[in-house]
Design a protein around this ligand. Sequence first.
Ligand code: GLU
Length: 494
Amino acid sequence: MTRIRTRIAPSPTGDPHVGTAYIALFNRCFAHKSGGKFILRIEDTDRQRSSAKSEADILASLQWLGLSWDEGPGCEGEFGPYRQSERSEIYSAHIEKLVVDGFAFPCFCSAERLTELRRQQLQDKQVIGYDGHCLQLSKDEVSTRLQQGSEHVIRMKIPDSGNCEFNDLLRGAVSIAWSQVDMQILMKSDGLPTYHFANVVDDHLMLISHVIRGEEWINSMPKHLLLYQYFGWQAPIFCHMPLLRNPDKSKLSKRKNPTSIGYYQAMGYLPEALVNYLGLMGWSLPSGEEKFSLQEMTDCFDLERVSLGGPVFDTEKLDWLNGKYIREDLSDDEFAQKFAQWAFGGSKVKRIIPLLKQRVERFSDVAELGSFFISGLPKLDVESFQHKQLSTETLLKILQFSLWRLQQIKPWNRDNIELELQTLATDLGLKIREFLFPLFVAISGKAVSTSVFDSMAILELDICRARIRHAIAVLRGISKKQAKALEREYRDLK
Ligand code: GLU
């Protein structure tokens, strides 16, 4: 019997996503149920979008949730390195083999040619994809151009007709026409592999037996399976999990729901409850009991019990479950200790104290001034936003534009927040004091508080986003039509 080895392979390009934890959880349970190994691999071949901070946050979030890995960064096993940026030589050797065997080819097409090709295909309502132009080059021409050092990528060859048939553990037989599959770039002109190539090579070399991942990857299956075939390797078993959804059934996205694990941590959820909740996404204990530990889930785990109906990530249900954990599992002492750790244990408090110190006269003033740093959404109503000069329309515009602007800030720090919001205020022709009024209310619940730039920097983007969105809802929200008009106006600002 093959040894079960599963993996989670996040790309460190943003905040740790609950979807990553959900997939990690199912992989871990599946492997550990049968005494197998769960591997963490960092897929950071996109050097522009990957960041060390994002990687560190992902690792810390998985650890916070208790989703530890048996091999991976910080836990080196025999198949490392576990970071793709440290495996370049492996990919170069493998790509060379594919080219020599005639399964892949250099493509010298310029960005302009490819853009024009795409435009033409769109116009002719054809499938968008590479047209095989460089496959027609003679051997001599290819070697001359390679010798001259012409910029190029390596693409894989794809059959021109027929279907790729494969089996998915949850979905059964799947068939995808080769005509829908592009001649995928495997190696970029910078000599780094693309996701598809590195992912297949690593899954093979790391002896991954089961690839359990989100359903958004199912259309990549033909390319992946063809690569296994080109190399003459046995492919792993594939299982594409249903994607998490918003309550309106759309794909879970941070525009509608907080998606970063850091948000749930900052809001004071217990990691056990969040893991349990993620476990309920498309799965349940045979007994139907909804509250279970990671160990219980592992012991009873069975992939076949995963249902394909899109699991809805519903924060109200998560709240209910978290409350149950607090009441049933925490003694008073544990509650006190965990609460104190959450509120005052981290580095956050050290950044809050200097802001509070400037403004209080007694310790008894602290709670009034600083409670918004550790509270959820502030209690607001329309009255909270009463302002002599600013109409509701202007307030909504400030909040919505700020929301869009804040999401672009990188790195998230006080100075960048100040700079962006100052610029926005100027662009809108508003005095900064007026412009900041609805933000003070949205973030702190009051018109006067500690510096709103500092406060936002400390609270982090996810919490700010949730509070601004809440403020917009309190002000009766923005209709789809209004949002469109605002989007246009916002675009014209830049
Ligand atoms: N790096 C991919 C991601 O970020 C991994 C997908 C896979 O599991 O194959 O989702």
